[in-house]
Design a protein around this ligand. Structure first.
Ligand SMILES: [Zn+2]
Length: 295
């Protein structure tokens, strides 16, 4: 599992729960395959990291999806996670509107929102959280979601970047205070102090530390929280992977209008390209008999 992993931990002093995520080859493969401009790659990586962190809070048996939409050059980000921790992510952007060096959320995405859903199949409830894009980053937006929704008090720190060899890496830490006797809205004084102190420690974590392949997750946790005492649990693997298939591509073609199918036909063939993994599914006229026709 090398450094593509998730690990739950507990701070002994303050009984706060946390999760740490490290991504090496998994995030590199996703971002390198897309070949987006760096600013778009970083946003796409951040969406994947946040989706993984948020999905780890929930017990679910389907697909967790984090999606943003905005009116800036990057109109959409999507990342989804299976129950087993298989992640994929992609962006939709207009290259003509991107300016070199644009890095912050507002110049890249404009105004918009971030939403997350859990799809557990047809009969199951879809849980949805939604928040405006605020602050300078996706991380701020998610942080804002937890603040305004008065759910579990949550602190998040994430980073996405390239290492010295140009390989993409990503990491994140999420800390949560579980509601106890006093309840979330009425924590004791000691708990508040613990929370504030721990948030300061969390925010002191540097991007380089989250991204450093030579710093293990346990060493990083110890460096940040040694005064609290850290108990770590077994790590679980994180993998990148796509769920597209010939069947899904066929279904997409089946739902298109005859006119759209006609427009997409080149040399008697329709090519459906997966936006997540760029795999191409090619259908010739015999595959879609009676479907490819002039309107
Ligand atoms: Zn795919």
């Amino acid at each position: 599992m090398d450094d593509n992993l998730f690990q739950t931990f507990q701070l002994e002093g303050s009984s706060l729960r946390g999760r740490i995520l490290r991504m090496g080859t998994s995030i590199h493969d996703i971002l390198d395959r897309h070949g987006y401009p760096d600013g778009v790659s970083v946003l796409t990586g951040q969406a994947a990291v946040l989706a993984l962190l948020l999905s780890s809070m929930l017990k679910y048996d389907g697909i967790f999806t984090l999606q943003t939409s905005g009116d800036g050059p990057v109109s959409m980000l999507v990342s989804d996670i299976t129950r087993r921790g298989v992640v994929r992510a992609c962006a939709t952007y207009d290259p003509t509107r991107l300016r070199d060096g644009d890095q912050d959320l507002t110049s890249l995405m404009g105004t918009g929102h971030l939403a997350f859903t859990v799809d557990q199949g047809e009969d199951m409830e879809r849980y949805q959280g939604i928040v405006s894009l605020t602050g300078g980053s996706l991380q701020d937006s998610v942080q804002h979601y937890f603040t305004q929704s008065e759910q579990i008090a949550t602190g998040i720190r994430i980073a996405v970047g390239r290492d010295a060899d140009g390989q993409w890496r990503a990491g994140g830490i999420m800390l949560q205070r579980l509601p106890e006797e006093g309840g979330i809205n009425n924590p004791g004084e000691g708990e508040e102090d613990d929370w504030r102190r721990t948030m300061i420690l969390l925010q002191s974590c540097k991007d380089e530390e989250l991204l450093d392949a030579n710093l293990t997750q346990n060493d990083l946790l110890f460096r940040l929280f040694h005064e609290e005492g850290v108990r770590v649990y077994e790590p679980t693997p994180v993998e990148e992977g796509c769920r597209c298939s010939q069947e899904r591509a066929e279904r997409i073609i089946a739902t298109m209008s005859d006119e759209d199918r006609y427009d997409m036909t080149v040399d008697d063939r329709i090519t459906v390209t997966c936006e997540f993994c760029s795999r191409e599914y090619i259908f010739d006229e015999t595959d879609t008999e009676g479907r490819i026709q002039a309107s």
